[in-house]
Design a protein around this ligand. Sequence first.
Ligand SMILES: [Fe+2]
Length: 284
Amino acid sequence: MNIYNVPIEISTYQQIVKLLPLEAHYSRRKMGNGFCLKTWNEVIKRLKTDKFCYAIFPGDIRDTGRPSARERREYMFHEYERKPALTEEDENDQYVLDSTIIKDLKPVAHKIIGMLDGDHFVRYADGSTSTQYLCEKLGIPGAYLGERLGGARMTFRMKHAACSLNILARHGVGGTGRIGSDINRLISQNEQFRADLYIGGHTHKKWFYPMNITYFGKYELKNKVIGYARAGSMLRSSVKGQVLYNEIAEMSPLKMGYPEIYIYLKRSPSNNDHLEISDIRGLT
Ligand SMILES: [Fe+2]
């Protein structure tokens, strides 16, 4: 579990900063997983053109098999002479990443505030992961938050004023059934973590939930909003004549895409040199 700090210079005290949680399941296959390349291209264009739009990847950025099968095979062929073969496989995999995800994300690498492995990634013979490789090749090695859980901090600055948003990102585990259970699960899994925004993936449901928190100020009770969001996915649920990921995993039909999180910044009413987060809202 790592923490990545991203400094962001805002241009007005009333800035709204957008954050998009993306679970892409990127694939070059034309059939079989439902990955929507159009949505992927659109979101990259948006990150390029919208100065205050950022992205976080809470796992499953690509649609590879889970690494457990690969690891089993590695253990099976652990003799020294098999090592070069595995390394060659790793290089082939990295070659594909270079010409797809890395090529696409390179121009927006400074807009990425973190990446997790999740369930679908490749573990290389040297023990590193394909997500680590992505972050390193993108020039943002610190953005690799870990396999399933990590923290990201967006630090907003305007002249001398600054404030931070602490984000706890996890991939998520287990099926959650209906939407209420999905929300409850993300809240309960994060019960013992203190953050301003909690982001999960895994269930491919897509939602944002703002929670009002009351706490003790120096002389009075104060309120603030914290947010919970589930990333959705870039996988179509059903396409005529195809058996897609959604069907194989026996998931309910789900709306493809990602939620949008809006972070509202403003000047502190008690001190003009201070910046604060006045609200967190979401669009799903
Ligand atoms: Fe997924």
